[in-house]
Design a protein around this ligand. Sequence first.
Ligand SMILES: Cc1cc2nc3c(=O)[nH]c(=O)nc-3n(C[C@H](O)[C@H](O)[C@H](O)COP(=O)(O)O)c2cc1C
Length: 452
Amino acid sequence: MEKRSDQKVKRQMKLALFLTGDGNYHMAGWRLPGSTNDGGQNIQRWVEAAQAIERGKLHMLFIADAASPPGTDDLDTLSLTARIDRMDPIPILSAVSMVTKHVGLAATMSTTYLEPYNLARTVASLDHISGGRAAWNIVTGSNKDDALHFNREVHAPHSERYERAEEFVDVVRGIWDSYDDDAFARDKKSGVYMHPDKVHFLNHKGKHFQVRGPSAVPRSPQGHPVLIQAGSSEPGMNLSARVADIAFTSQSSLKGAKAFYDNVKSRCDRYGRSPDDMLVLPGALLFLGETEGEAQEKFDALNKLIPLRVAMQRLSANLGGVDLSKFDLDAPLPDIPVNNARVSAVESYIAISRRDGLTLRQMAMRSAAAKHHLTLVGSVKQVADELEAWFLEGAADGFNILPSDMPGAVNLLVDKLVPELQRRGLFHTEYEGKTLRENLGLARPADLSSRN
Ligand SMILES: Cc1cc2nc3c(=O)[nH]c(=O)nc-3n(C[C@H](O)[C@H](O)[C@H](O)COP(=O)(O)O)c2cc1C
């Protein structure tokens, strides 16, 4: 373990910005006087966020997603939130790619409700459009209502979703390998546009998919766009260890985060990978102020803007759609059974509420601010100290930062926290390469001709 006082830190943090819905992560973020409230339909908000984080040299803009809003069975409560409207991440990131140069562009897309051939083509296209900055956050889908839009009545069981996800990812990677890097000659003189011997048919026939290939999209700048996996259950960790370049996770204590980090990385060996092939980035909501007191005061004021019924609806959704109405608000959070939509999330909510002695009401309010992610409220120095401890003690390779409100929290991050992390040698001061893989220090997978 490196000592915190070491001046020369070799390893540096990787930082992503986590955006969802309208961009304000905190449930009341949209209500602050200076914050945006139309990110669900205004591309300019996403452009501004991407340009701001590129100014701060952050590695990646990440968009979380679900195909539909959770909570439509209680529209009165849902109507008090900014969680109804959300645009599709791929068109957002395609637009953002045209006005940025360096920042990585990560879209969440579900393995449960899409087809791998389409997804492979779409994400490879984004990789071409952005000059090698695309990433795919592989999710099996945590919104059970999504099933209702895809010819089903219920969300498929957790284990079945992961079984499909495993095969899905293999097909996607196979389709990305449809062509060797130099398959397209486009030689006007000879008239040879493409070399037929550099084309690979996938001919996949599995339990869930039959996909012949080849793709309509040439191999993209990164070979394989960056793969992110965000499930933390047993099958989630195995999928990360086998395929992920980045494992996203939600952790609320250094000890728990370190255990997760060691656990998921120790599994890489089973799949012939090195633990260094995968970066672990926990989510973190950072609420910065000039002093701890000022930050806490502002955070408390923001929390007061969350209606209790909104907090309860969100907690219910975050626990996989569990009915919480029968429980006493001022008693400890009951032992919710782990359910199909959410496995690791339920375990983690229960652990937090037991550890911090939270009632159901308190847990709901906390969840409406930052779900079950690490939440740091304080001065720049205090927040930097804590991030540094997580990083140096081997609990994280960086962080996926949740902005409570847009653009306020993003500007504080870029203008105050990033310079502090850079001053400590914990964060880069320039992008190292052209592609997201290069900036993250991840190898580019070779094409099939070089692998055989
Ligand atoms: C940082 C982070 C981001 C996530 N983003 C999404 C998302 O955008 N959409 C989604 O359906 N699930 C998302 N998830 C949930 C997981 O990907 C996963 O599908 C869910 O937690 C169930 O898997 P598990 O039980 O293995 O954790 C996210 C989880 C984390 C930790």
